[in-house]
Design a binder for this molecule. Structure first.
Ligand SMILES: Nc1ncnc2c1ncn2[C@@H]1O[C@H](COP(=O)(O)OP(=O)(O)O)[C@@H](O)[C@H]1O
Length: 294
């Protein structure tokens, strides 16, 4: 695990700026090149080098990616780690939902795609991500934890073309648990925090331990403002699993070959999983020091 820690370079107190504006320009220029150049679209292994890579500042903050099926808890753990490491948690699903709730021209186009459980086009998602990176740059953000991006090999290649990803955390849970979690998910329409009404108790199979997860109830101020995501219906969740297995699961092998993949089987809910995840990331001492200093 120490090797992973060295790989991740977590330096939350680093002040050196990661140029996300530069990353934004590279992302945009790469995606334009991909959509305009047929040969590159057809060949997933188009040559690197046509887009200038972002210079990697000394001691920059972490650049991590979270992979995992819908409902696995990418948002929960990415958000906790972002607080711990002092980097922004950027979830492309949140960017899509923000756009959906606006009256922008994209909104109705996106609603149709999302409510069918399909993926938004690479061009649109990169445009949204680039805008978010630029806004972060203006606020002085450095590093990132990406949640929900990349979701296709093409997105991963575009990202690899423009910057270095240090670590990819692949969160895993059995599919029957994931379904219960998605159907139990509730969101506060005011603060945007996620809660869950499901009380999960799944027996272990084939020698694997069972999984129990207590509900995650909202605090009183959110209780009357809970909404369910329009894509968290059983039919749409199952379609999202199918799309994940087809388009996103190949990313595991993509990053495994690069030696960046950390597989993590969640043992249960947050109380059991969080300390174990910190241990797997070699960040347990980091959190102890931080808690002691608080
Ligand atoms: N990187 C991406 N590429 C394409 N579509 C995306 C991407 N990220 C999010 N989306 C769209 O936003 C929806 C919601 O994303 P997210 O909140 O990450 O959901 P999930 O719970 O399925 O992981 C997805 O079903 C998809 O339509």
């Amino acid at each position: 695990m120490a090797a992973i820690f060295r790989l991740c370079k977590p330096s939350p107190l680093s002040s050196s700026a990661t140029s996300t504006a530069y990353l934004r320009r590279c992302l945009l220029s790469t995606t334009t090149a991909v959509s305009e150049t047929d040969a590159r679209v057809k060949s997933p292994l188009y040559p690197h080098g046509s887009t200038p890579r972002r210079a990697d500042p000394e001691g920059r903050n972490v650049q991590w990616v979270f992979l995992g099926c819908p409902g696995v808890g990418k948002g929960t753990y990415a958000s906790r780690l972002s607080t711990l490491l002092g980097v922004p948690h950027i979830a492309t699903g949140d960017l899509v939902r923000e756009e959906l709730s606006s009256s922008g021209a994209l909104s109705s186009q996106l609603a149709e795609i999302v409510n069918q459980g399909k993926l938004v086009s690479d061009e649109i998602i990169i445009r949204l991500l680039s805008k978010r990176l630029e806004a972060g740059e203006a606020k002085g953000e450095t590093g990132f934890i990406l949640d929900g991006f990349p979701r296709t090999i093409r997105q991963a290649e575009i990202l690899d073309d423009v910057t270095d990803i240090d670590l990819v955390v692949n969160l895993k849970l059995p599919e029957n648990v994931l379904l219960e979690k998605c159907l139990g998910r509730r969101i506060c329409s005011e603060c945007g925090k996620n809660f869950n009404v499901a009380n999960i108790n799944v027996q272990g199979e084939n020698g694997r331990p069972g999984i129990s997860m207590a509900p995650l109830p909202p605090p009183p101020q959110c209780a009357s403002k809970l909404i369910t995501r329009s894509d968290d219906t059983e039919a749409v969740v199952k379609e999202r699993f199918r799309v994940y297995n087809e388009k996103s699961q190949p990313l595991e092998e993509f990053y495994r070959i690069q030696g960046k993949l950390l597989e993590f089987d969640l043992p249960g809910g947050i109380p059991e999983s969080w300390p174990k995840l910190l241990e797997a990331l070699n960040l347990d001492e980091h959190e102890e020091k931080r808690s002691a200093a608080a």
